[in-house]
Design a protein around this ligand. Structure first.
Ligand code: SF4
Length: 312
């Protein structure tokens, strides 16, 4: 019998964002839904696990594009394929969208909660989303894929020997003191001058401060995992829906100290809410709702949340 997974405390950028936006949603996502994949999970845990895995269309297409880029670069690096054309990539993206849409409409997620479960369908009529919304999403995917395929950064990547590529979009952890931090660098390579370029593909619009923080985390990862000197780290955001334009960031010791500090402060605030820090045990009543129109309108947990359902 496989060993049960243990809910260990760890930190990630997305966890931090959820914690500061709404403690209740954070509790549901990281504690209440834990174990919801097990066959013997109780009804509430299973429900929270299903809700946790809901994705709004805009996040869903972000994953489709990231997966497509990852698969394309991986196959290319293994010599399994010539680099596909923009049209071939667009067709693959559309296939992934059709398959995810079918899974969501057919509610395959009831049995397999990791399968696509779109927010707009779950909290809509389950079958339809207004045509202008689906058209806009499709247009965004095709535009992003087209911009990726024809971008200067892809031309550069193709000119870099594979030996100078880092593992592609691989979820990994690193330590800050005794804290485990999760991150997945989309793509990174070393140029002939020994500079490590870290690429973060973005399918949304640019939010400079959030991106600086995220890229600062990747720089800490590069420092710890790849022993890259600070002055040789060059992070970039690539905005695929905006002509694949590249936003360059610089890294210095002061930025890394500040990012490290923010991570530790954030983790400390999360731990301060726990009933039992050593065993990462949380109680729902210690995580209040933070209702506001912006948070709740797009919150996965609105179906069960007492703030939205009038029980507060
Ligand atoms: S519906 Fe609003 S208050 Fe409730 S968990 Fe979600 S964000 Fe928080």
């Amino acid at each position: 019998m496989p060993k049960k997974l243990v809910n260990e405390f760890s930190w990630s950028v997305s966890r931090h964002q959820l914690f500061i936006s709404c403690p209740k949603a954070y509790y549901y996502n990281h504690y209440g839904s834990w174990g919801g994949w097990e066959a013997d999970a109780d009804e509430k845990t299973r429900k929270l696990y299903i809700l946790k895995n809901i994705r709004p269309m805009v996040t869903w297409i972000g994953s489709i594009i990231h997966d497509l880029i990852k698969d394309t670069l991986t196959a290319y690096s293994r010599g399994e394929a010539v680099f596909p054309t923009a049209d071939e990539l667009k067709e693959k993206a559309l296939q992934a969208m059709r398959s995810g849409w079918r899974d969501s409409v057919n509610q395959v997620w009831k049995q397999y909660p990791k399968k696509t479960n779109l927010f707009e369908l779950y909290y809509g009529d389950g079958k339809h989303v207004p045509k202008e919304e689906t058209d806009a999403i499709k247009e965004r995917v095709l535009e992003c894929v087209d911009n990726f395929a024809n971008s200067a950064v892809v031309r550069t990547i193709k000119s870099v020997p594979f030996l100078n590529w880092k593992p592609i979009d691989t979820l990994d952890t690193f330590q800050i003191d005794d804290l485990k931090v999760w991150c997945a660098v989309d793509f990174a390579y070393t140029d002939p001058d020994g500079v490590l370029h870290i690429i973060d593909w973005k399918t949304g619009s640019e939010k400079k401060d959030a991106l600086r923080f995220q890229l600062g985390c990747y720089a800490l990862y590069a420092l710890e995992k790849w022993f890259t000197p600070i002055e040789k780290i060059a992070p970039h955001g690539v905005f695929l829906y905006d002509g694949a334009h590249m936003s360059d960031f610089s890294v210095d010791a002061a930025l890394l100290v500040s990012v490290k500090d923010q991570i530790l402060t954030s983790a400390q605030a999360m731990k301060a809410k726990l009933k039992d820090v050593a065993n990462n045990v949380a109680e729902e009543e210690d995580f209040p709702c933070n209702p506001n129109e912006y948070n709740c309108r797009s919150c996965n947990f609105r179906e069960v949340c007492p703030a939205v359902n009038g029980s507060l």
